[in-house]
Write a protein that binds this ligand. Structure first.
Ligand code: B4P
Length: 192
């Protein structure tokens, strides 16, 4: 299964991807986690990315693509993957199509988790209290939501227009949302 998870910050992508990984037995590739790993390691890339991430903005397409190419070159992705957090703009959507074509692994599903903005803000505030992520501060969250509306939402439209989008209601308990995603990935029964 080759799955791309889309949705606003706080929509549950990372949360559900962790569960889907067990269910589907494919690796979870989170560009947010890859970037946070670079920051924690204090690499040159991490140092460059940190301020941008903390403010709630997008890290450069060039850095992201390099990181992704590197991750996809590892053999564990040969049997499929769950990609979470990428693409976040139209240039990244194009780059992903090219990359997946090059490695002969076209995506099966682009799943969007749909959650109203008030709930996104509530969830992120909850995580801010628990984990203290710098980019979960109210100011950074405002920026992240604006960036999502301005540059990431067109990616959803792009997949919709190309008939590759599956929309899943992301409101409900973790189990309920998980079950909805699994059902959405099942092939529709043939009629007659
Ligand atoms: P990400 O790590 O992708 O952060 P995110 O959008 O907030 O999603 P996340 O997966 O962490 O949260 P989730 O919705 O699961 O990105 C962080 C930053 O990295 C970006 O701002 C950017 O700077 C950079 N970056 C990443 N990818 C990039 C790219 N492609 N290009 C450029 N820059 C990039 O969960 C949020 C909270 O909701 C959790 O606390 C969770 O417990 C809770 N929750 C989830 N589901 C719930 C449910 N059903 N009910 C109640 N609570 C729920």
């Amino acid at each position: 299964m080759r799955l791309v998870l889309l949705g606003a910050p706080g929509s549950g992508k990372g949360t559900q991807a962790a569960r889907l990984k067990e269910h589907l037995q494919v690796p979870h590739i989170s560009t947010g986690d890859l970037l946070r790993g670079e920051v924690a390691a204090g690499s040159k890339l991490g140092l460059e990315a940190k301020a941008v991430m903390d403010a709630g903005n997008l890290v450069s397409d060039e850095i992201l693509l390099g990181m992704l190419e590197d991750r996809f070159s590892r053999p564990d992705t040969a049997g499929g993957f769950i990609l979470d957090g990428y693409p976040r703009n139209l240039a990244q959507a194009d780059a992903l199509d090219v990359l997946l074509k090059k490695i002969g692994q076209p995506m099966d599903f682009a799943v969007q988790l749909e959650v109203p903005t008030e709930l996104l803000v509530q969830r992120i505030a909850g995580r801010a209290a628990e984990q203290g992520r710098v980019d979960d501060s109210p100011e950074a969250v405002r920026t992240r939501l604006k960036v999502y509306d301005d540059v990431t939402a067109p990616v959803i439209e792009y997949y919709r227009q190309h008939g590759r989008l599956t929309v899943v209601d992301g409101v409900g308990s973790l189990d309920v949302v998980f079950t909805r995603i699994i059902e959405a990935l099942e092939p529709a029964p043939t009629v007659g």
